[in-house]
Each structure stands twice: as structure tokens, then as C-alpha cells.
Design a protein around this ligand. Structure first.
Ligand SMILES: C[S@@+](CC[C@H](N)C(=O)[O-])C[C@H]1O[C@@H](n2cnc3c(N)ncnc32)[C@H](O)[C@@H]1O
Length: 419
């Protein structure tokens, strides 16, 4: 055991050393916890070696801390995520991230925060909520009861003026980069679904089912539609747009993985790539700049396609006007209407569906494909966590092969989508 502690500590110090050297060589600054986030401050991660060193530091430091924690305390720590999710939702509902951005680094007293948020919550209670988050470096308490942003809390900010949001709360996320939309979705729909996981897993009606209407989200919100059918209901317009804009945020946060690795010049000008269930067009946005010679059809459910087109019209209407990018409503359980395109993209889709459903989606694409059509599936492969895993992407021992805390959210997403 002593040697494992030492091994973890060595991983941390050698990776920190590598990271500092890389940041010097590449002239990239490293994050400062109590400064607001800006994408240009995070570019150090674009270097694959720096990204790997960071993954090792995160995985090893959490593993080291967990090794040294009393067992009861480590288990007690599992209560924290659900109460923190609720605490974050309070702050999002009160538009605290926008209020604190406008206050600047000196922060704002919580009485002023509640007043600016429309006085809908008690300031003493909000102080408790914010302090519990500040204890995890989401917000910081710069003086008693005065809070400011940290880099983690600042990603919750839409970037809009507080008055604009209060005037038109339904449009809170319209025209934003999507980070706040994604987190608000996560701490609302997703977090509520996770509260009924146990009931869903033991109820005989849902326990052994892979039906998309038997996931925890249906139980939490008491309906029997698929998540996306539910989003299509008129009363869920806010949730639907929040989710669509949030997926754009996810793409901006994570980059375009597989799409950026492909040599798009192999496709002659004017060929068509279909982004199947492309949502608001996160992949198309990437291709419109990185492969401007390719035409893109973004397919999705009718309401999503319409809302996605509206979002593009407000921002980047050129590709729509030139018809290089087209939104098309299509249900992927129906035959694919675009025949023999250069490529089909399925990004962040397959993880949502059981095998029999995924097979149906893929069979329709196969039927429409030519022998040369390329299929791009962008998603996450969850690794086994035992040391025998022989994957070249695996972390070195004694770290978990998955890099543990570094990729934690993928395992959580899998549970709520599939358990
Ligand atoms: C997780 S999102 C991914 C969106 C996009 N590919 C991305 O990565 O940003 C899943 C998408 O599948 C779409 N979807 C769900 N059911 C569908 C169906 N039956 N036919 C077509 N699209 C569907 C949803 O509307 C949503 O936009």
C-alpha cells in the first residue's frame, strides 16, 4: 500500500513537471482557479501531451485522496454530488453566474445577489447554498458573505445581461455558446432522472427493459414518451431549446474529436455529408469552416430541425443561404431519404439507444449508403476498469484504466441513459 501511495505521488509530480515544461515550451499559461474561464485561457489542453499529463494528475490526485480518506467519509462524499447538483440549480435559477460576472472579481454581497435576481429566494439560504459550492471551488467567498466567480462557476454564465434574462427568461440560452444551457439541462432533467434510478432498476416493468420509454427520465417526469418525443411537446419548448443549444456547448467544450482527425479533402467539392440527428448542427458548424467544400444536411425531429435553423439564421446565415447547409426533418427509424451520400455522421446518438434500436438506425443508413459512403460514429467507449484491460488508451497502473476521476461523467451518463 505504501508503495502505491508513493507511485501515485510520483505520477503527480512527474506529470506536473511535464505540464509546466510543456506550458513553457508552448508558451501557454495554465489555469488559475479563482479567475473566470475564457476559452483562450484553456488552450494548453489542445496539446495532446499536456492533455495526457493533466488526465494523469487528475486521476492520480483523486485516487490518492480517496486512498487516504476514512472509508465512511469516502462513502459520505457520494451524498455531496446530489446536494451540490441541487445547489447549482438554485444558483442557475437565480441567475447568480450572470450577476457575479457583472460584479467582477471583487464579488458581491449575497443580499445584493438576491436583490438583483428578483428577490425570489431568501439571502440567508442562498448564502448557505453558495458556501457549500464554494467549498468545492465553484464560486469563492472573497469576504464573509461576499462571493465571486472561480473558473468553474464562470462556465455557468450565459454571457447575457441579467436584465435581458429577467425580461425574457424563456430565451435565456438563445444565441449563447451553450455551456450554461448544457449545465442547466444536466442539473435539471438529468439530475432529476438520477433520483429514481433505484426504483427504475427494481420495478419488474422496467428492470430488464431496454425500451427508450423505460429509462429513469420517464419515471422522474411521469410520462411514457421517449426523451425526444417528450421534448417535442409544446410545453417543453424551453427544455428542447436548452438541450439543443446545450449540445452545441458540449461540442465547443470537447472539440470535434473524430471529425477533426479525418482528411476531408478526399471528398470532392459539392459532395453531401448527412449529419443524422445533428441537433442544432454542432458538427455542421465545424465542417462549415474546416471542410467548406462539403455540403451538409442536418437531419433531426421536425421541432429540433426548425429550432436549429432558427438558431443558425440568427448567427451564421451564409451557409444556409448558399444551401451548403440544409436542415431536414427526418426520423431515423424511417428509411433514410438521402441516398448514397459521401458520409453519414452519428454523433452522440448510439449511446442513447439499446442495441435493437441502434441496429434499426444503422440498418437504414446501410440501405441508403453506397460502397464508398463513410460512416462516422462519434461517441465514448467505456472501458472495463480492471487492470487486465489491454487498450492502448488505458492509463498506466496503479491508475484506473479509464483515468478514473478524469472521465467520471461518462459512466454517470451511461447509467442514466441505459439503467
Ligand atoms: C444527444 S443529441 C445529439 C445531437 C448532435 N448529434 C450533437 O452531437 O450535438 C441526440 C439527438 O437525437 C435526436 N433524435 C432523437 N430521436 C430521434 C429520431 N427518432 N429521429 C431523428 N432524430 C432523433 C434528438 O432530437 C437530438 O437532437
Amino acid at each position: 500500500m505504501a508503495s502505491e501511495i508513493l507511485q501515485l505521488s510520483n505520477i503527480i509530480s512527474s506529470s506536473v513537471h511535464d505540464l509546466l515544461e510543456l506550458s513553457k515550451t508552448n508558451n501557454r499559461s495554465l489555469p488559475v482557479l479563482n479567475e473566470s474561464f475564457a476559452p483562450n485561457k484553456d488552450v494548453f489542453r489542445e496539446n495532446p501531451e499536456a492533455s495526457l499529463a493533466t488526465a494523469k494528475i487528475i486521476a492520480a490526485s483523486v485516487q490518492l485522496a480517496t486512498t487516504l480518506m476514512p472509508p465512511g467519509e469516502a462513502i459520505l462524499a457520494f451524498i455531496a454530488p446530489s446536494s451540490k447538483a441541487a445547489a447549482l440549480r438554485v444558483c442557475l435559477e437565480c441567475n447568480v453566474p450572470e450577476i457575479l460576472r457583472e460584479a467582477g472579481p471583487q464579488g458581491l454581497h449575497v443580499m445584493d445577489i438576491t436583490q438583483k435576481s428578483g428577490s425570489k429566494v431568501d439571502s440567508d439560504k442562498l448564502t448557505r447554498v453558495m458556501r457549500s459550492l464554494a467549498n468545492s471551488h465553484v464560486f469563492c467567498e472573497v469576504k464573509p458573505d461576499v462571493f465571486a466567480h472561480t473558473m468553474h462557476s464562470s462556465v455557468l454564465d450565459t454571457g447575457k445581461h441579467i436584465e435581458e434574462i429577467l425580461e425574457n427568461p424563456e430565451a435565456k440560452h438563445d444565441g449563447t455558446r451553450g455551456f450554461a444551457a448544457f449545465y442547466e439541462y444536466a442539473f435539471d432533467d438529468f439530475a432529476k432522472a438520477s433520483t429514481v434510478l433505484v426504483e427504475n432498476m427494481i420495478d419488474p416493468k422496467t428492470a430488464f427493459s431496454d425500451s427508450p420509454v423505460h429509462a429513469p427520465i420517464q419515471r422522474a417526469f411521469k410520462h411514457n414518451l421517449t426523451l425526444y418525443e417528450w421534448y417535442e411537446l409544446p410545453e417543453n419548448a424551453y427544455r428542447r431549446c436548452r438541450f439543443g443549444i446545450g449540445m452545441m456547448g458540449v461540442a465547443a467544450m470537447r472539440g470535434n474529436e473524430i471529425l477533426s482527425e479525418f482528411d476531408w479533402t478526399v471528398f470532392p467539392k459539392g459532395l453531401v455529408v448527412v449529419d443524422v440527428s445533428g441537433g442544432f448542427g454542432a458538427s455542421a458548424k465545424f465542417l462549415a469552416t474546416h471542410a467548406p467544400h462539403v455540403n451538409i444536411i442536418i437531419q433531426d425531429k421536425p421541432e429540433v430541425a426548425a429550432a436549429g435553423m432558427q438558431a443558425w439564421q440568427g448567427h451564421s446565415s451564409d451557409p444556409l443561404e448558399s444551401k451548403r447547409v440544409i436542415f431536414q426533418s427526418h426520423d431515423f427509424f424511417d428509411p433514410q431519404p438521402v441516398k448514397q451520400p459521401a458520409g453519414f455522421i452519428l454523433k452522440n446518438i448510439i449511446h442513447n439507444w439499446g442495441d435493437s434500436y441502434s441496429l434499426k438506425i444503422l440498418t437504414h443508413l446501410r440501405a441508403a449508403a453506397s460502397p464508398d459512403t463513410k460512416l462516422f460514429i462519434a461517441g465514448v467507449i467505456l472501458q472495463y476498469l480492471c487492470p487486465s484491460s489491454n487498450d492502448s488508451e488505458s492509463a498506466p497502473e496503479p491508475l484506473l484504466p479509464s483515468y478514473g476521476a478524469h472521465g467520471e461523467h461518462q459512466y454517470m451518463l451511461d447509467i442514466i441513459s441505459n439503467a
